[in-house]
Design a protein around this ligand. Structure first.
Ligand code: PLP
Length: 490
């Protein structure tokens, strides 16, 4: 396929029972997310209904998907470890920058994921999770991000260490060590290699144009400082090489120079026992996605094992910081098609009651593709269209401007709902939560869905913004909290 597949690509109706991927299927003209009929859920008709009709636009957050993704990745590692006899363990960490919503972080911690963070506010999130009993004493808190002496983040993670034993700062720069040494607290620490990008060898890795991590010389220098410090122990080596890396061969090839450095470092520093490959594990955001997870893990573990054998050191535990992989698929966003405009443009415009560019900033910033499907009318004929957001911005369109991916939606546009899928990672964090957005559109309501151990659904509605919320946020202080300006706009 020469383009990302973002939806149905034919003029004929979607056959009943057709599965678009492992969680979206067409049944009786409606789109199901696993067992949930999204349109009837929205209209308040689904047998497991929320209790009332829900207005669109609506963000849908499906927490069981997060547990499923974590379980699947653990199963892949367990199977490959079993098959290859790899002697180390696998640790799953959630990279919270992908989606820091309380229900998301809580869900990952409840199933025993470790917590990866990068800022002061993340520390506060961790403290709340500790207080609520979700972040347990055996959970590693991996502290990435810049932490030079004297900034809040550095101070707050040192404070966090007094409350939680397993706080592991990952040092980005030799200067970051001084505050840890001066704290007098016993820290296990990590060192981050400057390894970002498609490098094939050590020379290319060292020349990478990246502000993250340290050169090989600085890594060795930092390791010696740690060895000489009475309160520090080198525990982890971090080498992130990119994001959404779609080829398992490339992924491990880029990790190979850092793996060599790990093995050399381990010869001098016996406390070192975790190889952290960072993020980068891809997830299906379109329907043509192909990535062989077992092949990636097999290649990674055998490369690690071979390098460690050559350097005569034990193979390490392996840790991944999964951001996009954990959260992309648990999120969906549903809109109404409010108008169809045929004005001699190349394709008819289907206009939706929200903004594509503020809801999914990567569509216009990076020309990123996401899955777009109708929620109803799947049993009707389709036609090729383009989607427009309700703002007046010429970039508020989908597919992204340079894309050649066709988008087909039902010809019948009356009462049509359209869903964006695979949008649960980064989009909300980049677009911002609350605040005021482009063309002052209020934020959508959010429906958080979970299932208990008996499979019963639990729903929580997090109200979006009223126009009063947006006005007050912009300094229109005359708008009373529950006054005229608060009239719901959706
Ligand atoms: C240090 C670090 N770890 C993990 C991640 C998560 O990456 P991904 O979303 O590709 O899993 C990021 C993302 O930027 C990162 O900067």
């Amino acid at each position: 396929m020469d383009h990302p597949v973002i939806g149905w690509e034919q003029e004929t109706a979607v056959p009943d029972g057709y599965a678009f991927n492992d969680y979206l299927s067409a049944r009786g003209g409606y789109l199901y997310y696993e067992e949930l009929d999204l349109a009837r859920l929205l209209m308040g008709q689904e047998p497991v209904q929320v209790g009332r009709p829900l207005a669109s636009p609506l963000e849908v957050v499906y927490l069981p998907k997060i547990r499923q993704k974590i379980a699947q990745m653990r199963a892949v590692f367990a199977a490959v470890i079993d098959e290859t006899g790899y002697p180390g363990a696998f640790h799953y960490a959630y990279a919270s920058k992908a989606n820091a919503a309380a229900e998301v972080v809580r869900t990952t911690l409840e199933v025993g994921a470790h917590y990866e963070m990068s800022s002061t506010v993340d520390v506060e999130i961790a403290r709340r999770m500790i207080a609520a009993g979700h972040l347990r004493p055996d959970c590693m808190v991996i502290c990435n991000g810049f932490k030079p002496p004297g900034i809040d983040y550095t101070r707050s993670l040192i404070r966090l260490k007094r409350e939680h034993g397993l706080v592991i700062p990952v040092v980005e720069d030799v200067d970051e060590l001084a505050p840890l040494i001066d704290s007098g607290l016993s820290f296990q620490v990590g060192l981050r290699q400057k390894s970002y990008g498609p490098h094939q060898d050590l020379g290319e890795m060292e020349a990478a144009n990246s502000r993250f991590g340290m050169s090989v010389d600085d890594i060795h220098r930092a390791a010696e400082i740690i060895a000489a410090a009475p309160n520090l122990e080198l525990k982890l080596y971090h080498a992130m090489v990119g994001s959404q890396i779609l080829n398992e061969r490339d992924f491990v090839a880029w990790l190979t120079p850092p793996i060599e450095i790990y093995a050399q470092l381990r010869q001098r520093h016996p406390g070192l026992s975790i190889f952290d490959f960072g993020g980068g594990v891809p997830v299906p955001m379109t329907l043509d996605f192909q990535f062989d997870y077992p092949a990636f893990v097999r290649r990674l573990l055998t490369t690690l094992q071979a390098a460690c054998a050559r350097h005569n050191v034990p193979a390490p535990d392996v840790l991944g910081e999964f951001g996009r992989y954990t959260t992309a698929e648990h999120g969906a966003h549903v809109f109404d098609v409010v108008a169809v405009k045929e004005n001699a443009s190349a394709l008819p415009w289907y206009l939706i009651n929200g903004s594509i560019m503020t809801s999914f900033p990567d569509t216009w910033a990076l020309s990123e593709h996401f899955i777009v499907l109708p929620i109803n009318h799947l049993d009707r004929p389709f036609r090729r269209v383009q989607l427009g957001g309700i703002t007046c911005d010429s970039d508020d369109v989908y597919p992204p401007k340079p894309s050649s991916s066709p988008l087909y939606l039902p010809v019948e546009s009356r009462g049509l709902y359209v869903g964006f899928f695979g949008i649960g990672a980064y989009q909300e964090m980049l677009g911002g939560v609350r605040g005021s957005k482009h063309c002052v559109l209020p934020e959508a309501n959010e429906l958080v869905i979970d299932r208990d151990s008996q499979g019963r659904y639990r729903f929580e509605i997090i109200p979006g913004q009223s126009s009063g919320d947006v006005l007050r946020n912009l300094g229109y202080c005359d708008v009373e909290t529950k006054g005229q300006g608060d009239k719901e706009t959706r």
